[in-house]
Design a protein around this ligand. Structure first.
Ligand code: B12
Ligand code: SF4
Length: 470
């Protein structure tokens, strides 16, 4: 069978250059290829790099790819804030394609039946992880009996696709993507460090259920692991195939979930000499960090840890059910600094009862605790999350999935007490200047002088691009 996968869309005006590679289709595509099926990916994100910030051109290129490749199945990935793009893609694809069209990913998983209802061009949706479901479909299993696929015609109960034994998956074949684009040096993947990188997973799932997050819905509660041998071989092969790659971002939701496993990984990186070949970054919860292990991780090449700090105030941590404390977060930053590991702190804004004083407190907290890099993200209500259930007003159930209405829903600030004008003023006068200065200094501090000319050139090119876009 021939499969064409289409990555979830992008607001073209938000394009920021190379980012994390879409691993979902890397895994699904590689498994299908291993079983003799033909796979191509039309990557709407990477297409912007080739075709510019012109949605019309990208859509045309996508339709041309469908006509040329003539797939049996088109698979779309979905995330809720961009669901309008999937709605649009399905419509225009249907005009030129009469094979099977499916959608999967976080949004389809959270709202499978509704996704079928709102996107009439779809034949079915994938729920949870799609590898085994799509392989079963390609191998001719009766559609109604495939776990993780829900068909329009099927009125039965939905089931989740879940890869129980991760090691049965072949190593992801990155060549399905524009690797020249994804491995281009940038400071935005292992944040601050100007490196050529690849993304990988060593585990899937999360044991927590923070109120804003849908990870434990899509990948199931609890964590499944690849074996250490699998991880070593995956890393070794990728570095051999892409000799210019300098770093790996491990995308696991909670890399540090099992400290003994992390210790084993580190020891193997050191013993095999891989620790000298590449550097790596992870995402971890603040409450999992121990000084000895962090020192070992640094020795094994870990240079960056991304932590969901979320808030500088305990009331906000509690309101999103993070299950951590301000103290734990502050200690985590100190421990990483002592071990020589750079930290990225993710923080939330537009939270419950947020006031201007809270925003100032957050800024003060950043200045005091000095994470090496940080970013502030609005608290979003994704379907499938506890937050959506409690405060989403059944938006997706009751409203049209047009760009305007989806953007309006996501831009709504129903929690905080800060007015849009106050927020703008605060950002312009207080947050942005500090953010810019801090990140500029960090970039030049952590990167060797030989990389500075390229970094300067890129910063200039970005500025010029922005100017032209205006
Ligand atoms: C890397 C990443 C990106 C990358 C690449 C995205 C991509 N195409 O994969 C970039 C930076 C481009 C990106 C962008 C965005 N992202 Co993003 N991203 C991620 C991240 C961190 C990892 C994705 C990943 O590789 N997962 C691992 C692989 C194995 O899983 P997967 O991609 O989900 O795919 C599996 C299943 O979902 C399923 N599946 C997926 N597609 C399909 C299709 C079919 C047909 C089938 C059957 C199955 C199937 O099978 C796959 C294999 O098991 C996730 C968090 C996460 N853990 O998923 C957030 C996440 C997916 N992103 C999210 C969001 C919100 C966005 C943005 C909208 C952010 C924004 N506000 O701009 C944008 C969207 C595009 C835009 N406007 O720019 C949310 C989605 C929330 C939701 N419930 O909808 C997530 C979950 C983060 C979060 N916790 O909030 N993202
Ligand atoms: S935010 Fe992080 S810790 Fe919380 S549920 Fe999501 S992945 Fe797990």
């Amino acid at each position: 069978m021939r499969f064409l996968f289409i990555t979830h869309g992008i607001e073209t005006n938000l394009f920021q250059g190379p980012h994390w590679l879409p691993l979902g289709f890397a895994y699904i595509g590689t498994l299908l290829k291993k079983h003799g099926h033909e796979v191509e990916v039309f990557d709407r994100y990477a297409a912007i790099d080739r075709l510019g910030q012109d949605a019309e051109k990208i859509n045309q290129a996508m339709l041309n790819a469908i006509k040329t490749f003539a797939p049996d199945v088109v698979g779309l990935s979905t995330v809720s804030p961009m669901i309008h793009d999937a709605v649009y893609c399905a419509k225009i694809i249907r005009d030129v394609f009469d094979g099977t069209m499916l959608a999967g990913g976080h949004h389809a998983t959270a709202l499978p039946r509704l996704t079928l209802e709102k996107i009439p061009e779809l034949d079915g949706v994938g729920i949870g992880e799609g590898e085994e479901s799509l392989l079963a479909f390609a191998q001719g299993k009766k559609p109604d009996e495939i776990k993780g696929l829900h068909w329009r015609k099927n009125s039965g109960k939905e089931s989740f696709g879940r890869v129980e034994q991760l090691d049965l998956l072949p190593f992801p074949d990155f060549s399905l993507f524009d690797t020249a684009f994804y491995t281009r040096r940038t400071s935005s993947i292992i944040r601050g460090f100007h490196l050529s990188t690849l993304s990988m997973l060593t585990s899937r799932g999360c044991s927590q259920r923070c109120s804003f997050c849908t990870e434990s819905l899509t990948y199931g509660g609890g964590v499944r692991f690849h074996s250490i041998d699998y991880i070593m071989e995956m890393v070794k092969r990728a570095l051999k195939q892409y000799p210019h790659v300098e770093g790996i971002y491990f995308h696991d939701n909670d890399f540090m979930f099992d400290p003994a496993r992390v210790e084993n990984i580190c020891r193997r990186f050191i013993e095999t000499g891989l620790a000298k070949r590449f550097v790596w970054a992870i995402q971890a919860r603040a409450d999992r960090l121990k000084p000895d292990l962090l020192r070992l991780m640094r020795k094994a090449g870990c240079i960056k840890m991304e932590i969901g700090v979320e808030a500088a105030l305990q009331k906000n941590l509690d309101s999103v059910r993070k299950g951590t404390t301000v103290d734990t977060n502050e200690k985590a930053l100190r421990l990483c600094r002592d071990a020589g590991i750079s930290v990225h702190a993710y923080l939330l804004t537009k939270t419950q009862n947020e006031s201007l004083a809270d925003l100032d407190f957050t800024l003060k907290w950043l200045k005091k605790n000095r994470p090496d890099t940080f970013s502030l993200h609005p608290l979003l209500r994704h379907p499938g999350s506890v937050l959506y259930k409690e405060t989403g007003n059944r938006f997706f159930e009751t409203q049209n999935w047009t760009r305007e209405s989806v953007l309006r829903f996501y831009n709504e600030d129903i929690f905080s007490k800060v007015t849009p004008q106050e927020r703008k003023n605060w950002a312009l006068s207080r947050y942005n200047p500090f953010y810019k200065r801090h990140h500029r200094i960090i970039r030049y501090k952590v990167n060797p002088i030989r990389k500075w000319p390229q970094m300067l050139y890129e910063a200039l090119a970005r500025r010029l691009k922005k100017l032209f876009a205006k």
